[in-house]
Design a protein around this ligand. Structure first.
Ligand code: GTP
Ligand code: MG
Length: 201
């Protein structure tokens, strides 16, 4: 897919205030610092479309980006950020779960996990919640540039094994790097296919 335009549209914490047109959208979710915003920039070939930071907790709102004037990418705050207070964490979690429960035009969520780590309970629980709530998602392994190919392969195999303890099959997944653009074509190709197959949205 060619990216002809990518525009920031709005930020907010209330799903009811998100764009009201019915264009399909794709959301990026995962732990703070996993690389959601960096991945969006990589996919869009833009350095600063989505704000990134070395410190977790950078993205705090639901951010809509309009792509090629006919679909949205949505950058979400991370979950599991230890340094926000418990009560603000709850509010955070609530608007994220609200977003997924209410946002009908959300076609697919990408759950990002850092390829360097072994499966984390918070990610596994989040995916279980997605499954129970019947919210479609794929997995994106991020920061692939940080591992040698063999170690990467081993970690993905371990992840698959862990997933198969609770899932019948491993969800579709991609291996990406925002640093060297690994996985860019695959992710965009899949979004393009889904966009082409959508009718009546
Ligand atoms: P929050 O908004 O805080 O939830 O974080 P986020 O998931 O949006 O992460 P962000 O994109 O801000 O990236 C966090 C840090 O990881 C930054 O220092 C990025 O430069 C770094 N990073 C993200 N993706 C990659 C990658 O593919 N490779 C490497 N080496 N670093 C990455
Ligand atoms: Mg972010």
């Amino acid at each position: 897919m060619q990216i002809k335009s990518a525009e920031f549209v709005m930020s907010n914490s209330d799903v009811a205030k998100c764009p009201k047109d019915r264009m399909p959208e794709y959301a990026f979710i995962g732990r703070s610092n996993v690389g959601k915003s960096s991945l969006i920039n990589m996919l869009m070939l833009r350095k600063n479309l989505a704000k990134t930071s070395g410190r977790p907790g950078k993205t705090q709102l639901i951010n809509h980006f309009l792509i090629n004037k006919n679909w949205y990418l949505v950058d979400l705050p991370g979950y599991g950020y230890a340094r926000v207070s418990k009560s603000s964490k709850k509010v955070f979690q609530k608007f994220i779960t609200n977003y997924f429960e209410k946002r009908e035009q959300m076609v697919l969520a990408f759950v990002l996990v850092d390829c360097r780590h072994e499966p984390q309970p918070i990610d596994l629980e989040f995916m279980e919640w997605m499954g129970e709530s019947e919210i479609p998602f794929n997995i994106i392994f991020t920061k692939a540039d940080k591992l040698k190919p063999k170690a990467l392969e081993r970690n993905i195999a371990a992840y698959r094994e862990k997933m198969l303890e609770t899932w019948e099959e491993m969800p579709l997944y991609y291996i990406t790097s925002a640093s060297d653009s690994t996985g860019r074509e695959e992710v965009l190709k899949y979004i393009d296919e889904l966009n082409q197959n959508l009718t009546g949205l």
